[in-house]
Design a protein around this ligand. Structure first.
Ligand code: ADP
Ligand code: TMP
Length: 235
């Protein structure tokens, strides 16, 4: 399969069209941003780690009956995916208070949540990715009710599968962000990536952060954390 042209260059990945009209090649970069693009940096080796970890998790989910856009990993930093019409939502699932939820609700970081919490953010850089509820999503015509039902079902299933898998690796799944698209038959399909860029992973025993929060908050040991997570996941 050959890359033909750049379809889109984002903050962390480049998406290429290919000679197959239904397939894209995603290239994972080392670039990192935080705070809606205000902070820029590089995390050496991140692209290869996120490509490998995402491929691993999409394969794991497949064995549990969850289909995704993932087709195959073709190089260190590239995977082939099914082309989707993306839905402009960031679907966040949380098990433990951290980040924007801890701030918004005044909960100390690390507070276990009585029930997993699902949130929608509008994927819209100009507006700063605001929080949306189902009514906002209807008004903006982003997705239909039955599609949100399907998205929530998949998101909570992914949560349970990842929690169980990561527990055996001594990792607590604090929260994560998923993206979804529609395929040619309008089916909802899980897309994008699953990596330390878009998940919070804490060591079970020490609560050490093994994810992008180390970059967001200038904590040091960023590359080491990404390497450690890949090692634990794939070992
Ligand atoms: P961002 O847009 O947030 O800067 P990235 O740098 O991660 O994000 O760029 C990847 C882009 O590719 C995202 O906009 C994402 O929504 C989109 N994308 C992910 N999977 C697919 C897919 N299967 N088909 C089409 N677009 C996709
Ligand atoms: P938040 O606490 O900052 O809202 O983040 C919740 C989760 O979503 C966390 O695992 C990081 C991830 N996330 C992204 O992947 N992209 C984003 O733009 C944001 C804000 C969060």
């Amino acid at each position: 399969m050959e890359k033909t042209k750049v379809l889109y260059e984002g903050k962390a990945k480049i998406v290429y069209e290919t000679d197959d009209p239904e397939k894209l090649i995603v290239y994972f970069k080392d670039d990192a941003t935080a705070g809606n693009g205000e902070k820029h940096g590089t995390i050496n080796g991140k692209g290869a780690i996120n490509n490998e970890m995402s491929a691993f998790f999409f394969n794991l989910l497949k064995t549990h009956g969850i289909q995704s856009h993932f087709v195959e990993k073709i190089s260190d930093r590239e995977m082939v995916v099914k082309m989707l019409r993306m839905i402009a939502l960031e679907v966040v699932v949380r098990n433990v208070a951290a980040g924007s939820l801890a701030k918004r609700l005044g909960l100390p970081e690390g507070t276990p949540l009585k029930t997993p919490v699902l949130e929608y953010d509008y994927k819209n850089d100009e507006l700063g990715d605001p929080l949306l509820n189902r009514y906002h999503i209807m008004v903006l015509d982003i997705a239909r009710v039955h599609e949100l039902d399907e998205i929530e079902h998949i998101a909570f299933s992914v949560n349970q599968i990842l929690i169980n898998f990561l527990k055996a690796k001594n990792i607590r799944l604090i929260d994560f962000k998923l993206e979804f698209g529609r395929d040619s038959k309008d089916r909802i399909v899980l897309a994008d990536e699953i990596s330390p860029d878009n998940c919070r992973f804490w060591d079970m025993a020490t609560n050490e952060k093994l994810d992008k929060d180390r970059f967001r908050h200038d904590m040091g040991g960023v590359e080491e954390a990404y390497k450690e997570m890949l090692h634990r996941v794939t070992a």
